[in-house]
Design a binder for this molecule. Structure first.
Ligand code: SAM
Length: 212
């Protein structure tokens, strides 16, 4: 069922421009984990519907999702954070190649430090997209929460991590710790008094948290 569903959804995705295909190829060749096609399509639709004026992304990688969010709402100002040196350089290049520097600012650094700095500078956002180290999602959320405008949303990717998160018999030692952390994060999100959260089985699992 799950495989049929993914294949069916993939077949009905909108067509993409050449630059999108090229970035997807670049990510595949360099083994860089970017959002999957169904997940990014959903994120873009949310952005089209919600039209957030200011977006903060935690985890830029090569700039793929930031550029796709810009495609969904060219008016939005996007700030994205990446700590890896090589990926940061690739993102800078990709954003410059598409002449999107005026709309997408990329900050090189550890989001745990950068978010606090953005807070000190009184920066606020209508949408925050968390797509970085899975074990630190709670920390990213807590740090960025004060930067979120009233009625803003926080989107967290990979919250069902390959379906492992919902498998009660999941025991693979390699991922056990991370899966336990994501489970704890989902529980915490679901019970957060200031947010209403919906978890959707789209892509790798997407949580949408709406600030009350
Ligand atoms: N959002 C990107 C996309 O779909 O195109 C993919 C992001 S990738 C899944 C996660 C990225 O987060 C990696 O490039 C990793 O280096 C970065 N990252 C992990 N922990 C981070 C941190 N604490 N601060 C900044 N970046 C971080």
């Amino acid at each position: 069922m799950e495989e049929y569903l993914t294949n069916y959804l993939m077949k009905h995705l909108p067509s993409t421009e050449q630059w999108v295909k090229e970035l997807e190829t670049q990510a595949k060749e360099d083994h860089i984990p970017i959002m999957d096609p169904v997940g990014i399509n959903f994120l873009m639709q949310l952005i089209r519907l919600n039209k957030p004026g200011k977006i903060l992304e935690i985890g830029a990688a090569i700039g793929y999702s930031a550029l796709r969010m810009n495609e969904a709402n060219p008016d939005a100002s996007i700030t994205t954070i990446e700590k890896d040196d090589i990926r940061y350089q690739q993102a800078v290049k990709n954003i410059a190649n598409l002449k999107k520097e005026s709309k997408i600012e990329i900050i090189h650094g550890d989001a745990l430090e950068v978010i606090s700095k953005l807070g000190e500078d009184n920066q606020t956002y209508n949408c925050i997209f968390i797509d970085a180290a899975k074990g630190q999602y709670k920390r990213f959320f807590e740090l960025s929460m004060p930067l979120l405008e009233e009625n803003g949303i926080i989107i967290s990717d990979n919250v069902l991590f390959r379906g492992y998160v919902l498998d009660p018999n999941f025991e693979q030692p390699r991922y056990k710790k991370m899966v336990d952390k994501i489970r704890a994060y989902n529980e915490w999100l679901a019970n957060h008094p200031s947010f209403i959260t919906t978890i959707l089985p789209i892509g790798d699992g997407v949580a949408i948290s709406y600030k009350k």
